[in-house]
Design a protein around this ligand. Structure first.
Ligand SMILES: [Zn+2]
Length: 184
């Protein structure tokens, strides 16, 4: 179980953040793909599951056979599944009891001892005064944050937190980090 988890900035910019923002008022979920290297623990890609049923405070599998097809594809192509992610549009940046039970039921299916779950908390901000568009990355003790101002009047605050979930026993928060120079 690695404490430090490096998230490739391209994975943040082209998958995790846009997936959470596209339907920012609904929960979305997906898989995390890790690198096969032996060095630092790295998340290189995130796949959003499209057949999910997405609601403001929960997300669930909408089509079991579609998800099985994705699972088989990842095995066939030797992608290293390390866990998953889901968004919490209004909820706290930590997994709920239901999240943990759902993940634990799936560990065997993926032949994993532990699962890394990233929670993407999204909050839309409406500004009363005009702001310049742009984005900023924030590195907190264990979490990553992003402020993204997509228009002079609207922005999004995004917080990513990671948790190692073993089949039983204590859940530990991972320290998420990424490159300071996010040249997407
Ligand atoms: Zn949740």
């Amino acid at each position: 179980m690695r404490k430090h988890v490096y998230i490739d900035p391209k994975c943040l910019a082209t998958s995790l953040i846009p997936t959470a923002l596209e339907e920012y008022h609904k929960e979305v979920s997906g898989y995390l793909i890790g690198s096969n290297g032996t060095g630092r623990f790295k998340v290189v890609s995130a796949y959003p599951i499209q057949s999910d049923i997405k609601m403001p405070t929960w997300v669930e599998t909408g089509n079991e056979s579609a998800v099985r097809r994705v699972n088989k594809l990842m095995k066939t192509m030797r992608m290293r599944l390390v866990g998953g992610f889901h968004s919490h549009p209004l909820g706290p940046p930590r997994p709920s009891r239901n999240d943990i039970d759902f993940i634990r039921e799936r560990l065997d299916e993926h032949s994993l001892q532990q699962w890394l779950e990233i929670i993407v908390s999204v909050r839309k901000k409406d500004y009363l005064t005009r702001h310049s568009t742009g984005w900023q990355l924030h590195q907190y003790e264990n979490k990553l944050g992003m402020t993204i101002k997509t228009s002079p009047w609207t922005g999004f605050g995004v917080t990513l937190s990671g948790f190692w979930i073993p089949s039983s026993g204590r859940i530990r928060e991972a320290t998420l980090w990424t490159s300071r120079r996010c040249n997407f």
